[in-house]
Design a protein around this ligand. Sequence first.
Ligand code: HEC
Ligand SMILES: [Cu+2]
Length: 315
Amino acid sequence: MVAGLIPFLAGCTDGPLSALAPAGEAASEIAWITWVMMIGTLVLMAIMSALGLYAVYGRTRGRGGPSSRAIIGWGGVMIPALVLVLLLVYGVRTGDSMLPVGEEPMEIRVTGHQWWWQFEYPGADGETFYTANELHLPVGRPVDIRVESADVIHSFWVPVLGGKVDAIPGRSNQIRLRPDRVGPYRGQCAEFCGTQHAHMGFHVEVHEEPDFEDFVEHMTGLDRTEAGPESGRQAFETHCATCHSRTTYVDGTGPNLASLAERPYLGAGTLQHTEQALRLWIGRHQQIKPGNHMPDHGDLDEETVEALARYLEAR
Ligand code: HEC
Ligand SMILES: [Cu+2]
């Protein structure tokens, strides 16, 4: 039986979305609970199977064995109660240690939209700045994530860093994350929220402290409205600026595009970001991510798409 589990586990214990390869404090606690429960269950199952086999095939004894009262009292009440109480204490303690209480760390606000994520940070100058579909965190420092929704229920989940938190319209939920390993990871919406729910991922980058400071410095007040070709800027003003912004000071009904040039994915993890992919997205995103809430721009001529792409790639 255990041998049968091995190929299954080999596929899950690694990779950017694995809760069994934790890279943060809360995720480690969750991984521990998983292992304790799984191994405990296997041990109990082995004991119960052995007892079951013994009951069927064992030698019948005359007098002298434990009375049926004792068997029921211990096997049916005392031992299960003991196991459950131990698990309860362990579970409650672990749950408690993940609550955002005590110190007051930096807070990042996350808003789930059909089907993308907005992140709002405290900037270096006290103002906030916005970015989309990419979450940047410092290593070794707790960060409180405040999870909200702009439309339906979503769920914020970075399996390597911690548990899921629902994004519920009109409510503000919180989770504390403390990454302990630098790296690129991945987050995913974990509550079905419509047709493109599966394409509602986000990139997670855990930085060393100085690199994180650089990121905040870079994003604070980043304004690329004037970067890139003038024709691109004009097309953007005409077709795109009602929903998208090229400065990090302004949020929008579409993802913030000020730092799009540095973003590794397009369409909330749908496409790897390359220059080619960006042109494809602008002209044909309704074929790539059908039903997404950006209006179809299939009627734009090639030249305009080109200008828009160059404008959005400008740094
Ligand atoms: C009515 C609002 C609206 C307009 C107008 C609009 N968009 Fe969007 N855009 C969105 C929404 C919503 C998304 C998120 C789609 C998704 O991933 O589900 C999006 C996503 C994007 C993305 C992907 C961003 C990322 O981080 O993945 C790019 C690039 C983009 N739009 C470019 C443009 C360009 C260029 C134009 C103008 C030609 C434009 N958009 C016009 C709403 C809009
Ligand atoms: Cu979802």
